[in-house]
Write a protein that binds this ligand. Sequence first.
Ligand SMILES: [Zn+2]
Length: 465
Amino acid sequence: MRTLIQGGTVVTAEGSYPADVLIDGETIAAVGRDLAALGAVDTTIDASGKYVIPGAIDVHTHMELPFGGTFAKDTFETGTRAAAWGGTTTILDFAVQSRGRSLREGLDAWHAKAEGNCAIDYGFHMIMSDVNDATLAEMDGLVADGVTTFKLFTAYPGVFLSDDGAIFRAMQQTAKNGGLIMMHAENGLAIDVVAAQTFAEGKTDPYYHGVVRYPIFEGEATNRAIRLAEAAEVPVYIVHLSAREALNEVRAARDRGAAAFAETCPQYLFLTLDDMGNGFEGAKFVCSPPLRPPDHAVELWKGLAKDDLQVVSTDHCPFDFEGQKELGRGDFRKIPNGLPGVENRVDLLHDGGVVAGRITANRWVEIISTAPARMFGLYPRKGAVAVGSDADLVVYDPKAKHTISASTHHMNVDYSCYEGREVQGWSTVVLSRGKTVIENGAYVGQKGDGRFLRREPSQEYLKAT
Ligand SMILES: [Zn+2]
């Protein structure tokens, strides 16, 4: 099966140029001018007036995540389909180790949820709930099996929180096996003190979820995680960075030559603490770290432009407003944490980044696809428009406008954080390993098209960056 994407502008992290892209089977066979001359093809896709970009990679999703007595609403089937609609052709989801069980058991459970159900390719990170001799030893086997990244938390005491010794031991293990530690960096113990005091004052609305998780608690934990990684002489990746205080720690670390990396998410760029203020409606915006006052987003955009932040992921973790977010009526501490977003990231970043003049189209591609591929051991198989790379490609119309709404989105959740927001930019055709899965707004793929991605360790690359 040969497909020719004809007449578009190839936009990569390095540059933009007019070129056709020829696909043979699952991979890119040629990139250049006038490729129709190379012979007959089975399908031709007209990309005139449009960009041809590498499929986007979302390195932070939580399909079917158990949280607070309920489950994130999107399954691997519905969530990966929604991702494809939004131009994302790879997700990395977080498998969870249950306390007292093995890592492998948690990983197997996530494989069982995903296998045969995904619309696009997928890989896993491993959330470690216990750090002990047995789980440390298990990490090496996971790295060998392509699960090369491990998430630890300084938040959620009693659930996911690891103490400093545990974090340091896990980091030391990655120095040996080439893995990478990803940190949820908020001081959960201090947050719980303020949360209890605030609740006792009768302040129970969702808004207070945003108030009690101080930016300085994120800054402190970010610094601590980076300092521990420096001591262990390994890179570290801070997930969902939201606060100026945390960004400043990453900046300072990078300035002194530390291998510190961080992602932010669309919610921290486009939404603010004010969105949490409308009574219990604010529950729609409850996530951790929380939304911040507007001046933080200004700094995050600067961080993205200057590469102090390298990636934008979604932390997609959708809960219905009705029946799920409502579990926290009367107590903001009981609202399930998480927002939907896997479908909206590419367009939001194009509209608010490229169209708004904050970043170039090339930087946009880097943030949504190429940098994630490099950092998470998928490059150049993913994240590139290059001969031999997987033909994960998006024909992107940079002029088309559409309005984000729960009534038209494909995520399995009953509200949108961006309801009514008009964005410019739209994925018109999406190919996953050479197969068209989205065509002019219609899903034409099949459940099970997506395959598990065995990733390479990326520590050496990160140390040298
Ligand atoms: Zn998350």
